[in-house]
Design a protein around this ligand. Sequence first.
Ligand code: GDP
Ligand code: MN
Length: 351
Amino acid sequence: NSDESVPLPSDSHFVELESEVSSYQRANASFFSLVRNEELYSLLESITHVETRFNQRYHYDWIFANDEPFTETFKREVQNLVSGNCTFVTIPEEYWSYPDFIDQDKARATRERMTKAGIIYGGSESYRHMCRFNSGFFYKLDAFKGIKYYWRVEPDIQFNCDLPFDYFKYMEDNDLKYGFTMALHELAYTINGLFDATKEFFNELHPEYVSKNNHIDFISQDEQQSYNLCHYWSNFELGDLDFLRSKEYNEYFDHLDSKGGFFYERWGDAPIHTLAVSYLLTKNETHYFDNTGYYHVPHTQCPTLVKDRMDYHCICQPSSDFNWGNVDSCVPLYHDTKGMKRPDRYTAMVY
Ligand code: GDP
Ligand code: MN
C-alpha cells in the first residue's frame, strides 16, 4: 500500500460487542446443524449470516451432527466463526441405519421407481436417513441433554435482515414450542400414506393426545379427509426439545416409522413435524417469525414495507418475497386459521 498518509486502523475502530452482553442471561438453547464435511464452505456462509444478523450479540452455542466423523479442518474453521461453544457429534449408527423390520430390497425398489419417475431425491438412500434422523432422533443425541430449545440451520441459507431480538428468549418468555419463517405445500407424491398413518394414530389409537385448541385447520380444510400439504419449512425451525422428547411425539414417530414410509416412500421431516405440531400443540404455541429475510433455495422471505426494510437493514429484493406473493405459500392460511390479520402488504409494497 503506497498511500502512507492513510493511517492504519487503530484499536478504537474495532468495536467490541462483548461489553454489551457480558451480563446477558441467555435462554437454555443451542443452534443445530446436521451437515456433511463436504458442505463446510456452504455452512460457513450460513454461520456468517447467523452470527452477523443475530448471534454476535448473544453467543449461543451450536451443535453439529454428522453420520461420519467431522474432519479437523471442519471443526477448526467452524469454531473460528461461531461466537458460542461448538459441539461436534458423530451420529450413533442406530440413529442412521435401517430398522430390522425394513425390507431393504423393497426400499431399493422404491428408490429405483422414484428415480425413474424423476422425483427429487427419490433415488437417494442418505436423504431418507436424513429425514428419519430429523424426524425422530436428533433430539435424542447426548449433546442435547438438558437443553430446552434448538434452532436448526442448514448450509447455504441466508438471513438478509437483522434479527434484532433474542428468538430463543422469545420462545421461552411466551411458552412457544415451535417457530418457523416459511410454510408451503409439500410434493404430494413424496408422502403417500403419511396422512392415513397420522389419522390412524391421532383419531383411532390416541384421540386423547389431540390438543383441545389444536391447529388441524392449518393442515386440512375438509374435516381431515385430505391433507392440504401445508408444512412449516423445517430447514429453518426453532423448537422446544421437551415437546420432541414427549411420550406423545415419540409414540407418533414410532407409529410412522413402523409403517416404513421413510424407506418405502420418501416421507420428509417437515410434514411430519407440521402434522405433529398441528395435532399435539395449541395454536398459541406456534409462532411465525417475520422480517427475517430468510433464504433457502429456491425461496426467499423478504419484508416489503419500507419501514421494516430500514429498521432491519434488509438487503433482499422486495419482489422476491414468497410468503405473501406466491400462491404456494401457506403463511396466509396460517394467519387466517389463527385469527390473525394479514398484513396489508400488497398495497404497501414498494419496488
Ligand atoms: P433439502 O433442503 O431438502 O434440499 O436437503 P439438504 O440436502 O439441504 O439436506 C438437509 C440437511 O441435512 C442439510 O443440513 C444437509 O447438510 C443435511 N444432510 C443431508 N444429507 C446428509 C448426509 O447424508 N449426511 C449428513 N451428515 N448430513 C446430511
Ligand atoms: Mn437444504
